[in-house]
Design a binder for this molecule. Structure first.
Ligand code: HEC
Length: 229
């Protein structure tokens, strides 16, 4: 390992000790620790807290309140890099329900009852005072994927995928049937990094995977130096 690597590691270790001490020593940090462990459920409880509802027809009701869940990333497939029309327009804000996030952090696995929501946003402006780029425009659609052996015993990986998007009138549907495996799940199965989820594009989930129950990944000092990219 390069000398810089050891230095970085030593720095991270020092920071971890410091962080632990400030938690132990009380004040605001202590309170935050307590809240974090209070919201961390035991594995048994995980299966009982659900963030989605299936109606009597076996359709998923449109998820609500997801902008307060854990945000995991924003893939961007802009129309202008896809011959004028990207297959999945355009910016994709992805969220996971908070209990499944905790479970993923603790176990490195997506629990029974995981729901991920993907909110589609158009590209608005392509220039700002900060430079040229892709800036979010308007909300245009909503999709979700759910892992549940109870509801989808025969689907690959027990995942089912749904869409509430209604491109013609812009009004989201209230419910969605599970979409055919061939249209959605098959591509996720073949290409997604971790159990049908595209964690290769979600740094928040990569940092959390198996990090440990009481770890808060974003509080570590470790980052990738731009020189290493
Ligand atoms: C050709 C491959 C492909 C197909 C087909 C596909 N997806 Fe995806 N999907 C992706 C990729 C790649 C990502 C992650 C990057 C992104 O959002 O562009 C993703 C991410 C998602 C996510 C966020 C959670 C996750 O698993 O990462 C949802 C929800 C989703 N897709 C729904 C759908 C729906 C609904 C359909 C069917 C209408 C569908 N997908 C079909 C490739 C595909």
């Amino acid at each position: 390992m390069k000398k810089g690597g050891y230095l970085k590691l030593a720095g991270a270790a020092l920071f971890a000790v410091f962080a632990l001490q400030s938690c132990r020593q009380g004040g605001e940090a202590k309170k935050e620790m307590d809240t974090a462990s209070a919201t961390t459920k035991s594995s048994d409880e995980y299966t009982t807290v659900s963030y989605f509802t299936m109606n009597s027809k076996g359709e998923l009701e449109r998820p609500e309140n997801y902008r307060t869940w854990v945000f995991v990333g924003t893939p961007v497939t802009p129309n202008d890099l896809n011959n004028g029309k990207a297959p999945f327009p355009e910016m994709h804000n992805v969220y996971i329900d908070p209990v499944s996030y905790e479970h993923y952090k603790e176990t490195g696995k997506f629990r029974e009852g995981t729901i991920l929501v993907k909110e589609l946003v158009s590209v608005g402006s392509t220039a700002a005072v900060s430079g040229k780029g892709y800036f979010m425009g308007e909300f245009i659609g909503l999709e979700a994927s759910v892992k549940s052996k109870e509801h989808f015993p025969d689907e690959p990986g027990n995942w089912a995928i749904f869409s509430f998007t209604s491109p013609s009138d812009g009004i989201l549907k209230d419910t969605s049937p599970k979409l055919p495996v061939a249209s959605c799940v098959a591509c996720h199965d073949a290409n997604a990094e971790d159990d049908f989820v595209f964690t290769q594009y979600y740094p928040v989930l990569r940092a959390a995977k198996g990090a440990g129950k009481n770890t808060v990944p974003e509080n570590t000092a470790e980052r990738v130096a731009e020189a290493d990219l």
